[in-house]
Design a protein around this ligand. Sequence first.
Ligand code: PA5
Length: 429
Amino acid sequence: MIEIDIKNAFSNKVGLRNGIGERIFRNFLSKNKNLVTKVFQSKDKNGYAFLNLPDDQSLVRKIKKQVKDHQKNKWENIVVLGIGGSALGGIALRDALLGPHHFLEKKPHLFFVDNIDPDFVTQLFSYIKFEKSLFITISKSGKTIEPMALYSYTKEKLIQKKLNLKKHLIFITDPKKGTLRPIGKEENITMFDIPEKVGGRFSVLSSVGLVPTALGGIDISALLRGAKKMRDVIKKSKPENNPALILASLQYIFDNRRNKPMTVMMPYSNSLFRFGDWYRQLLAESIGKNPKTGPTPINALGTTDQHSQVQLYSEGPKDKWFIFLHILKYKNTLKLNGNMPKELEFLNNKKLNDIIDAAYIGTSESLAKNKHPNITLHIPKLNAEILGELFMLFEFQVALLGLLYKVDAFNQPGVEQQKIITKKILSNK
Ligand code: PA5
């Protein structure tokens, strides 16, 4: 299970101006414990229904059957066409569990085309063999320009190459609404539902995240098991031990009472860097709703960004607080030999694992010394179950934040508005 270490958030570590008094924090948790109950009670309401996703065993069975059926096609590539909440969870899962270099290692390769940059699209589409590729279009609304443009391009290519649409396409969309559903019916395409009451950025544990990653070889049962485990912990824990309430309270207090509108998520793991991207959308799109409420999430990577961002983080404005993701046991151990030059002799026979660990401790301690509050999520190891825990933990945190900040965490009128203007420009041409 993930453990949260919040000692560097308190005023005895980072001072009264930047930190939180332990007693005040305990009182805040206790005062807001009813919000946890409120979220659980709302589980069948619009948006909050993400809480039910780990229980959908019939979906798991349907996906596992598809995986089996598709194995005989020996796909070289699974290509997801989707954007925002329809892509970021899958990307996070792919990198966390298959690894950022998985393209060198395993087939099928799992690609996410989440932009319409013509160079980005052309480079992939001119490289892959269409006859060896499965294309999954994911769009809840079926109206989003980017995935629909990519879908139309893909379909044309498949037709030109006289390939069977039913074999090469899967749709993941709203069960009733949207434009993909009727196309899918007409073409007899395999379709998966995105539950009506689950929004894009809360949909990673639905067919949106599960279908592509199961086809890519990820253990989706373990993923959902982890999510369920975390949901139980959140339900049963006392306020002072409740991980979601603790995370939500820290976010709220640092932003609103300590003038720290920026939240930096910094995993010491390349595999978790895109998890930071997923969280960036979750926090920004859910809570950034008016000029007064809107924490800005930033994702950074340890140790890489120690040589890029940490100067600013340490000595720059005290407008940030930090969430470190620290892996206790990496999948691999890499030991250095004894050939270091004299000045670096202390590295002889050290493991990269020891070095990255020391670097994380050094950074968190030095930020605390410079009066920057930071917390750490200690992650025992990277596997599907832990990822399930992480997704549920942060989704629950953001649901709580909606209540604390008094905003609708589940809509995105700002995103809708730009979609409308873009459509207008393109239609008038
Ligand atoms: O979180 C959200 O709701 C958005 O980011 C959507 O996922 C994104 O705009 C894509 O929408 P759709 O799945 O309808 O294509």
